[in-house]
Design a protein around this ligand. Structure first.
Ligand SMILES: NC(=O)c1ccc[n+]([C@@H]2O[C@H](COP(=O)([O-])OP(=O)(O)OC[C@H]3O[C@@H](n4cnc5c(N)ncnc54)[C@H](OP(=O)(O)O)[C@@H]3O)[C@@H](O)[C@H]2O)c1
Length: 386
């Protein structure tokens, strides 16, 4: 029997995850139809995607860039300028799957709207769960929305866990490539440049996540993401460094068995699995070369040289407002680093200070999280001036 075509909206279609999603869809056009696309500033690229896929919805989330963009054909398509239109797009009846591929806390509102309308969400935007994991997962249960992980580590954990009850899981260990500074001393880390920090050894990604990988804040955010996505107590979570980026994470069960998911570092595989789950189908992702000898290292993570990791575990333990504060402080600090306003090690140091002196609320609502996000960004601005 033929497979029903699924209608997909890609939010952040011009980014690294967005363009990988488009490659996946190109390879199985009989299964998927793109009905919505959104981008922020890369409107030429958005325009060529619109020409290829002719979606019903096109949203430019940066109002200024959108208003300045004058392409006549795009102007004749069903198109909307401004973030607020993402809400209508993700709630549209003919959208089956929302790919949340935008970067940063800007992803929270539209992902939450997709959850409220009971959609399947292929979630790349980990910041949504870092900021508001408890609220987002509660809304998903209430509205029977499916959240399928796109992060390769969480996809691996999802696949390894299967239907096993959580009482039978003793540990979930996320792997980290270790980033470009895996072997740098603490002293060397103080002097790294923007170009060095952006040069990830195994993955090609957007700028923000590349810097997060270099500080290992990415792994801290993923610990928080895993805590909420799989409802795991933080003491069952761990991190190991795996420079080859082939073992995407490991689940240890109470009988001592360790189950993993392995594949070459290629985001097309976890993206496709989030779209086709529970089915598997042939994919354009790179395949394992079984003629080559390989060595898979698993090295204990160094919490002293990479203090972001401790922040991740602290936030996973404390919950409440801490996730939103850490996420916003980190986003603002990464931007400041990329603008040459602060040094590399200031990113995590400033997050630590701001987290330590924020007014903790154990049970905030979404409005409060949005306010505290703005507060943390202001604190980073003060840190830069100090
Ligand atoms: N890249 C990876 O391999 C990877 C792996 C796992 C998880 N993730 C997660 O996936 C998300 C996207 O990462 P990425 O590497 O694909 O980032 P990216 O390459 O920087 O792309 C970000 C996308 O979001 C859009 N965007 C930027 N600012 C926005 C805003 N304020 N409002 C709405 N849209 C905005 C961008 O539009 P324009 O380009 O048009 O400005 C672009 O389409 C992040 O949460 C990241 O942590 C990424």
């Amino acid at each position: 029997m033929g497979q029903a075509t699924k209608n997909i909206a890609i939010l952040g279609s011009t980014g690294s995850i967005g363009t990988n999603t488009i490659e996946v869809i190109r390879s199985c056009l009989s299964r998927f139809r793109i009905v919505g696309l959104s981008a922020h500033t890369s409107l030429d690229e958005l325009y060529s995607q619109v020409q290829e896929f002719e979606p019903e919805w096109v949203v430019g989330t940066c109002r200024t860039a959108w208003d300045e963009f004058q392409h006549p054909v795009l102007k004749d398509t069903a198109n909307l300028g401004g973030t607020e239109h993402l809400d209508s797009l993700v709630r549209a009846d003919n959208v089956d799957i929302v790919v949340a591929a935008m970067v940063g806390s800007a992803g929270l509102a539209s992902t939450y709207a997709a959850i409220e309308s009971g959609k399947r969400i292929a979630l790349a935007n980990k910041e949504t769960l870092v900021m508001a994991g408890r609220q987002v997962m509660a809304a998903a249960r209430l509205n029977q929305a499916e959240i399928l992980p796109v992060d390769s580590e969480h996809s691996a954990v999802f696949q390894a866990l299967g239907e096993t009850p959580l009482e039978q899981v003793s540990r979930v260990v996320l792997t980290a490539s270790g980033g470009p500074f895996r072997d740098f001393s603490s002293a060397d880390l103080k002097n790294v440049t923007i170009q060095q920090a952006l040069a990830h050894p195994t993955w090609r990604m957007g700028k923000k996540i590349s810097i997060d990988s270099a500080t290992m804040m990415n792994k801290a955010l993923e610990i928080i993401e895993a805590r909420w996505l799989f409802d795991l107590p933080p003491e069952k979570l761990g991190v190991v460094v795996h420079p080859q980026s082939i073992v995407h994470s490991l689940v240890e069960f109470i009988d001592g068995s360790v189950v993993t998911q392995m594949s070459p570092p290629d985001m097309k595989l976890p993206i496709q699995y989030a779209l086709t789950y529970p089915e598997r189908c042939t994919s354009p992702a790179q395949k394992t070369d079984w003629t080559q000898a390989v060595c898979h290292e698993l090295i204990p993570a160094d919490f002293e040289r990479f203090p972001a990791l401790e922040l991740g575990f602290e936030v996973a333990r404390q919950g409440g407002t801490t996730g939103a504060v850490l996420n916003a402080a980190n986003e603002a600090a990464v931007e400041a680093f990329l603008n040459g306003q602060i040094g590399f090690t200031d990113i995590v140091a400033s997050c630590r200070t701001i987290l330590d002196h924020h007014e903790f609320d154990p049970n905030p609502d979404l409005n409060e999280l949005i306010k505290i996000d703005a507060w943390a960004r202001q604190e980073i601005a003060k840190w830069i001036l100090a």
